[in-house]
Design a protein. Structure first.
Length: 228
């Protein structure tokens, strides 16, 4: 994959992103499984503090386009962002399935993949998905669709990736191992997208009775909530 353990892929005075590789035994003698993570640290007074982490996988744009051998990076980005906010396994599965549908059945909707020439339409689509996630009866479906487009922004738009770039010997824009910091940015923005969804959803769940109770004059008698 090219990434080395403890390799720093981004560093500023306040933040650092590092590759961490963990090895696990397998049933095959002398063969160990390697699992790679990107780990973010905040830096304060020269001391590093753990911030977040996401698993990183090999995903060639042309060698395994249908994710038959390797798991798509979208799966790990989406799963980890949802786990961060306590979504259960069943909810994560629904959201991930919706996310992956964009690659399996919706190739021709270019704005859903945030291609270089679709920025405005892609941004409108992101807003629409967020609105539908908050207001519709299928929040996880729309959240997953929106997250796919958002994640593709960093592999496609940010890299000005064309169809040629996805071909053999191209820049392989969807491969996190070749573009680890773009993958990290996709993850952090996915987290913020989920956070925004939950915040908007919470605003809708305000108890209307308590809201009215706090705004009407005290001289007005308020009926009990238990009145039939």
């Amino acid at each position: 994959m090219g990434l080395q353990n403890n390799e720093v892929i981004f560093k500023s005075t306040q933040y650092q992103v590092t590759v961490r590789i963990f090895k696990f035994r397998t049933p095959i003698p002398f063969v160990k499984r390697k699992i790679r993570y990107l780990v973010g640290y905040t830096i304060k007074d020269g001391v590093k503090y753990f911030d977040d982490a996401v698993r990183i996988v090999f995903k060639s744009s042309w060698l395994d386009p249908f994710q038959i051998i390797f798991t798509s990076g979208h799966v790990f980005l989406t799963r980890q962002a949802l786990k961060k906010f306590g979504f259960n396994k069943a909810d994560r599965a629904v959201c991930i399935a919706s996310n992956m549908k964009a690659d399996s059945r919706e190739h021709f909707y270019k704005h859903q993949h945030y291609l270089p020439h679709t920025r405005d339409k892609s941004e409108d689509f992101l807003k629409m998905c967020l609105y539908m996630a908050v207001h519709s009866d299928h929040p996880l479906f729309w959240l997953g669709k929106g997250m796919h487009t958002l994640q593709d922004r960093f592999s496609h738009f940010e890299q000005n990736a064309t169809l040629k770039d996805h071909m053999p010997f191209g820049k392989d824009p969807d491969n996190p191992a070749k573009h680890p910091y773009k993958y990290w940015q996709a993850y952090k923005h996915s987290v913020e997208y989920v956070r925004e969804f939950l915040e908007k959803k919470q605003c809708l769940s305000i108890n209307i009775f308590d809201f009215v109770k706090d705004t009407i004059p005290q001289s007005v008698e308020i009926p009990s909530k238990n009145i039939a």
